[in-house]
Design a protein around this ligand. Structure first.
Ligand SMILES: *Cc1c(COP(=O)(O)O)cnc(C)c1O
Length: 425
């Protein structure tokens, strides 16, 4: 498609956009009385208007029913988390029994490591990407130390090549091959948080299995952003937070995937609690743990219903729209944003460098842009003028136009504000 850098053209694209009506389902922060241009749905998604209704329902049930809400609320609390399985399974490409929602992301990764990182004298290494999200680095390093190994020996990082911004699949596969029988676990972010690069999860998973390792994915930047096929790719486990692309609210619950081949395994180690116990017998308070025959066996505590309520509201919107429609709009709006960036770059003789891969296969909603010669004052200018972006040292902005609520006109308008901001200093 031939794009144009004009308001009229952008408005035309909005008219053709089947998801345009969803913009009105979200609440936008305002700057100087105007809705902001929100590029940080990869960090904290906007609040869906329906979220409040779902939270209010829980508050009302709690007020009117007290503890009876566990069984007699319209959406009963004792199995509230099970309302997520089917809808979430469609988002991550899994069977409903393979998906559950509980705790928060880093906590879940720790819990999953109990099951899937079981180092032995000869097989104890974990392969991850260099400069992984800090929480993942701390998590992996503390797990390794917990088991009595030395992180500098047990953690093997996949590196980018000198002068390159992204990882090459061939290098990841080669590293797995090289570590071979010493590799206990491959654990990588499915979409890199810094560059927005999408990894070839199918190939990497296959290679990890070839050397006899478990393979898990941190899908914080992938869930609700890209099409996933966790069952088909034969992934062992995965976890994601819900407050980024999935718009569930700050610090909210995490989703987990646990491949069904582990569900009824008696010898799999796991940290257990009563919410993972056979649900028909949960309240009999029996001494012996009987795991649910699903990912729910990994549940520990009774579910935080007030937190899950807005997540459920958001999930129902994903279910209405479906990932294919979101992906279709995502591809178009990101391509338009890329076009706008190139156009503005020509006009201001600046030197933007988009470090996100240019090919569609390796990228999703996020474009990370090096603004050579620009400093943090540009970021501040954007902020003061109603554009919320994310700044990372030294001078990278991350732009993620979430397809649910960003418009093509937003992209045009952003270009105009960016141009003014650069010409100003
Ligand atoms: C956002 C993010 C996290 C955050 O973890 P929490 O436990 O939810 O605070 C962890 N890992 C990655 C890769 C992330 O992008």
């Amino acid at each position: 498609m031939q794009f144009e850098n004009s308001r009229e053209f952008a408005r035309d694209l909005d008219k053709q956009d089947k998801l345009a009506k969803y913009r009105d389902e979200f609440i936008f922060p305002k700057v100087k009385g105007k809705d902001v241009i929100y590029f940080v749905g990869n960090s904290l998604g906007l609040q869906p208007k329906r979220a409040r209704k779902y939270v209010d329902e829980v508050m009302k049930d709690w007020a009117e029913l007290g503890v009876e809400g566990h069984f007699h609320a319209e959406k009963a609390w004792w199995d509230y988390h099970e309302r997520f399985s089917e809808k979430l399974s469609k988002i991550v490409g899994a069977q409903p029994s393979e998906v559950t929602v509980m705790n928060t992301l880093t906590v879940n990764l720790h819990l999953l490591m109990v099951s899937f990182y079981r180092p032995t004298e000869n097989r104890y290494k974990i392969i991850c990407e260099e400069k992984a999200f800090p929480s993942d680095q701390y998590m992996i390093s503390s797990q390794v130390r917990f088991h009595g190994y030395d992180p500098s020996e047990a953690i093997v990082e996949i590196k980018k090549r000198e002068g390159e911004q992204n990882f090459r699949t061939e290098d990841i596969l080669a590293k797995i091959e090289e570590v071979g029988e010493e590799c206990a676990l491959v654990l990588i972010g499915g979409v890199n948080y810094y560059t927005g690069q999408v990894f070839d999860m199918e190939k990497v998973t296959k290679k990890g299995h070839e050397v006899g390792a478990f393979v898990g994915w941190d899908l914080a930047h992938a869930a609700g952003n890209i099409e996933l096929k966790l069952s088909e790719w034969n992934v062992d486990f995965a976890a994601w937070c819900s407050y980024k692309y999935m718009n569930s609210g700050p610090g909210n619950a995490s989703g987990c995937f646990i491949n069904k081949r582990y569900h009824n395994k008696k010898d799999i180690p796991r940290f257990e609690g009563w919410w993972g116990h056979n649900k028909a017998r949960r309240f009999l308070m029996e001494p012996e743990f009987q795991p649910e025959p699903s990912a729910n066996a990994w549940q520990v505590s009774n579910a935080p219903i007030l937190a899950l309520a807005p997540y459920l509201a958001s999930l129902e919107m994903f279910d209405e729209v479906g990932m294919p429609a979101l992906v279709e709009k995502r591809n178009k709006i990101v391509a338009y944003l890329e076009f706008i960036l190139h156009e503005i770059d020509k006009e201001v003789e600046s030197t933007f460098e988009i470090i996100t891969p240019a090919n569609q296969r390796e990228r999703a909603t996020q474009l990370s842009v090096f603004l050579h010669g620009e400093g943090k004052e540009l970021f501040k200018y954007l902020m003061d003028n109603g554009v919320i972006t994310d700044w990372r040292e030294p001078n990278v902005i991350r732009l993620a136009p979430a397809p649910f609520y960003c418009s093509f006109e937003d992209m045009y308008e952003f270009g105009q504000i960016l141009k003014k901001g650069i010409l100003k200093h």
